[in-house]
Design a binder for this molecule. Structure first.
Ligand SMILES: [Zn+2]
Length: 255
């Protein structure tokens, strides 16, 4: 039995801890800070088996060295050799944990950074700063084309897949989503749902692929109403698909 624990870090980061209650071992995703992770390990008497890293930004890897000094047997997975003992993984790799009872597939999703990868199976997706609820990561190192391809690919995962992204950006993203997609009833309902959760101090994450396909403007670049509305807002013709994605991303960068 696996459960995913939410560890809040910094202002709005989430570090995810996948716990195997059978072995009391865990896998930690993107530990930007060691302190809150060590706290949970102590409180729940857990041992880290592995750390999986989605990309090289400091708020995703800043805690790795301290966690390793606490337990040098931890396996670290990433796309590039960020630390001495990294197991390099790339497109289509499979990584297994807890005596092979948990397996993730790896996809390369350049866009936010060039080394960005995601880990997923039928139930869960750990997507770092690529897909957020109601938004997507900024395109820092890659191109709009790469980010568009990455998001299109993630949207092919099964509807029920839980999406564990690395930031609680949802409410801010929803302000922008409402601006570009104001007639989307699923979006209006989701705004209410998220506002309720956040008022209670609860995370809006995980979301699901099904939900994101319905409300996330960056996954809805072929929706006629959204494209038409964006054309009106920007006062220029915009084609569906990649041109719509690029226009949305640029608009949001300055929103
Ligand atoms: Zn990042």
């Amino acid at each position: 039995m696996f459960s995913v624990l939410t560890i809040a870090a910094f202002n709005d980061n989430y570090i995810w801890l996948i716990k195997d209650s059978q072995s009391q071992r865990c896998v930690v995703v993107d530990p930007g800070d060691a302190a809150p992770v060590l706290e949970i390990l102590a409180a729940q008497e857990l041992v880290i088996e592995a750390i999986i890293i989605t990309h090289h930004h400091h708020d995703h890897i800043g805690g790795v060295k301290d966690l390793l000094s606490d337990n040098p047997n931890i396996k670290v997975f990433a796309k590039q050799p960020l630390f001495d003992q990294v197991n390099l993984v790339d497109e289509d790799a499979e990584v297994s944990f807890f005596d092979d009872r948990l397996t993730f597939k790896v996809w390369q999703v350049a866009g936010h950074t060039l080394d960005h990868i995601v880990y997923f199976n039928d139930q869960m997706l750990f997507c770092g700063d690529t897909l957020f609820s109601a938004g997507c990561g900024r395109v820092f190192e890659g191109s709009h084309q790469q980010m568009y391809s990455a998001l299109s690919r993630l949207s092919t995962l099964s509807d029920e897949t839980k999406v564990y992204c690395a930031h609680e950006y949802t409410q801010n993203n929803l302000i922008f989503a409402l601006q570009v997609d104001p007639t989307n009833n699923d979006l209006l309902a989701y705004i209410k749902q998220v506002s309720k959760l956040r008022q209670q101090g609860l995370p809006s994450i995980p979301t699901t692929i099904k939900c994101e396909k319905a409300i996330n403007p960056f996954l809805r670049t072929s929706d006629t109403a959204l494209v038409n509305n964006l054309q009106n807002l920007l006062a220029k013709p915009i084609e569906a698909g990649l041109p719509c994605f690029a226009a949305l991303r640029t608009y949001k960068d300055n929103f």
